[in-house]
Design a protein around this ligand. Structure first.
Ligand SMILES: O=C(O)CCC(=O)C(=O)O
Length: 252
């Protein structure tokens, strides 16, 4: 993969990320990259239709177009985190087609990871202009400081396994705090794995396609008991093992 030049980001972005648990990274992909990714979407296998649109798990593993752009995203992400080394844990293409009627409910990403620590960052790259009308992300700033909550059901009826001893995610509080994160195509958001976020339906006539990539710190270890996850049955390791090997790209 091509290694992009180092990127310098404004100090206030890193500060705002630490305080709010999310931040807009600004433009990360050129228009030509966005067109190439949009063109690659139809060739991706198993674009599973779901209540909230279409989701493709780990598109980088099957699409050269997606794989080729990961170093660019990783470089922007590492710039936000003071050049910390990162491992790509997973990525998703999430397409809310025009007229999609369901929301992705308030949740924390870490609640669904079979990992032992919430040390990481999710970067959400807009492949279409995203705003409230077509289902952009909404965040509850600062909620990552409160730690892990019981896993919410992303979509009605998902029936996630509930872990004991954790507080419930307070949806009323989330709505009070909510801010919409509109992003033009090619722009990106970064969020902490514990910050509460959701996306509303897309009743508009415009698509809302996005590429979400979750990076973790290399010291994070597998913990299959933390959450059910397809990797546990496939490429995951035993409790305490590092998340490493050819399936997990590392950026130093
Ligand atoms: O794309 C969406 O609507 C939701 C994405 C999300 O929750 C995430 O990337 O963590």
């Amino acid at each position: 993969m091509r290694r992009p030049p180092p990127i310098t980001i404004a100090q206030d972005l890193a500060r705002s990320y630490a305080v709010d648990g999310w931040v807009g990274l600004g433009p990360v992909l050129e228009a030509t990259d966005v067109f190439a990714l949009r063109a690659a979407i139809d060739g991706l296998p198993s674009a599973t239709p779901s209540a909230y649109g279409r989701i493709v798990h780990n598109p980088w593993r099957t699409s050269e177009a997606f794989a080729a752009r990961i170093p660019i995203i990783a470089a922007h992400t590492r710039a936000l985190l003071d050049d910390a080394p990162l491992v790509l844990f997973q990525d998703h293409l999430i397409a809310k087609d025009p007229g999609s009627t369901s929301a992705i409910e308030w949740h924390q990403d870490f609640a669904y990871w079979p990992l032992d620590a919430a040390l990481g960052v999710t970067v959400w790259v807009a492949l279409d202009d995203a705003d409230l009308d077509n289902g952009c992300l909404r965040y509850a700033p600062g909620t990552h400081h409160g730690g892990e909550c019981v896993a919410a059901d992303f979509v009605a009826g998902a029936a996630m396994r509930k872990r004991d001893g954790l507080p419930l995610l307070d949806r009323a509080r989330a709505e009070e705090l909510a801010v919409a994160a509109a992003v033009p195509a090619g722009g990106a958001l970064a969020h902490d794995p514990l910050v509460w976020h959701m996306s509303p339906p897309n009743p508009s006539a415009r698509p809302r396609r996005a590429w979400s990539l979750s990076f973790i710190a290399p010291e994070v270890r597998w913990d299959p008991d933390h959450a059910p996850h397809p990797f546990v049955r496939t490429i995951g390791g035993p409790r305490g093992a590092p998340v490493s090997g050819p399936a997990f790209l590392r950026f130093d």
